[in-house]
Ligand binder design. Structure first.
Ligand SMILES: C[S@@+](CC[C@H](N)C(=O)[O-])C[C@H]1O[C@@H](n2cnc3c(N)ncnc32)[C@H](O)[C@@H]1O
Length: 294
């Protein structure tokens, strides 16, 4: 059962390389990667502040779920000894291409977060951004993070945050209302006009809704379908309390919340100043960062 779910997780990400939809250039080209990078740090401007890529020069860094290597190249450019793994061959092929285009070195390989192919105490930093909430056995993956870290090593892990605007207001309220509108043939166009959401994606959601509305509206399934695209087999959102429990084997753990995607806030989001966005994000943001020391 868990293996079947893992296969579906693999197949989803293999077919939908993370973030590719944010670039218009041909996939795998220099222009494509530049667009990805621009989009990422325009919308998630807190990442460089939190990670401090330059701090990891000459240190052994493992990234779990490197996707298309947007943060990976930042570590490598800063001079870290970078290792990146991902469950999908497609992501590793694109990440390797990106490293080649920039003349960067790194060890990039297909591997599973739940069974890391490294001896214990191998890394100074284990970084994982938006990945482990998609793997079936989250606890096993966190145990692996702990195992491969050196004593005093740091884990930086971003998981989706349940006590957030995105979870309660955007996904579980506005989107659930929106999905009910999708049953009408004019629904996708109306919802697109109200939210700016992609019409193709809305049409996919409409098909799912018409197929089995009860299953689609269950909390767990609705979350799966409304985070990283229709067809995503698994996404979880956790509380700070749950995060502290999950990382309780570590010597010290702190959490911080970031990221309020302004696109999700109808009307006001478009004109919200950065300072207000930052303060609201620290209270109700979608990205729960866990920084733990072994
Ligand atoms: C939302 S993307 C995040 C990618 C990247 N960290 C970023 O922030 O752009 C999730 C990635 O996690 C990978 N992934 C999912 N489950 C995994 C697992 N068990 N082991 C390794 N990678 C996994 C997927 O293949 C996908 O590339």
């Amino acid at each position: 059962m868990a293996e079947d779910l893992k296969t579906r997780v693999h197949d989803f990400w293999q077919a939908n390389p993370c973030g590719a939809k944010f670039a218009r250039s041909e996939i795998g080209t220099r222009g494509f990667f530049e667009e990805l990078e621009r989009h990422r740090y325009e919308t998630e401007w807190h990442i460089p502040e939190v990670v401090g890529f330059e701090r990891w020069r000459d240190r052994d860094v493992l990234e779990i779920g490197c996707g298309l290597a947007t943060d990976a190249v930042r570590f490598a450019r800063a001079g870290a000894n970078y290792t990146g793994i991902d469950l999908t061959e497609g992501s590793i092929a694109l990440a390797s291409r990106r490293f080649d285009l920039e003349g960067l070195t790194g060890d990039l390989r297909v591997a599973d977060a739940e069974n890391l192919p490294f001896p214990e105490s191998s890394f100074d930093l284990v970084y994982s951004h938006g990945v482990l909430h998609h793997t079936p056995d989250l606890e096993k993956a966190i145990n692996e993070v702990h195992r491969v870290l050196r004593p005093e090593g740091i884990a930086m892990v971003m998981l989706y945050h349940r006590h957030s605007y995105n979870y309660y207001i955007n996904i579980m309220t506005l989107r659930r209302i929106g999905v009910r509108l999708l049953k009408f043939s004019w629904g996708p166009r109306l919802v697109k006009a109200l939210t700016g959401e992609d019409e193709v994606r809305l049409t996919q959601l409409r098909e799912q809704y018409l197929g089995d509305s009860e299953r689609m509206l269950s909390r767990a399934e609705f979350l799966n379908q409304n985070t990283d695209g229709a067809g995503n087999p698994l996404a979880r959102a956790i509380t700070k309390r749950e995060a502290l429990d999950l990382f309780s084997r570590f010597g010290s753990v702190r959490t911080k919340v970031h990221f309020l995607n302004k696109r999700w806030i109808p009307l006001a989001g478009r004109i919200m100043p950065r300072l207000i966005e930052k303060n609201l994000a620290s209270l109700f943001g979608w990205h729960l960062w866990i920084i733990a020391r072994k």
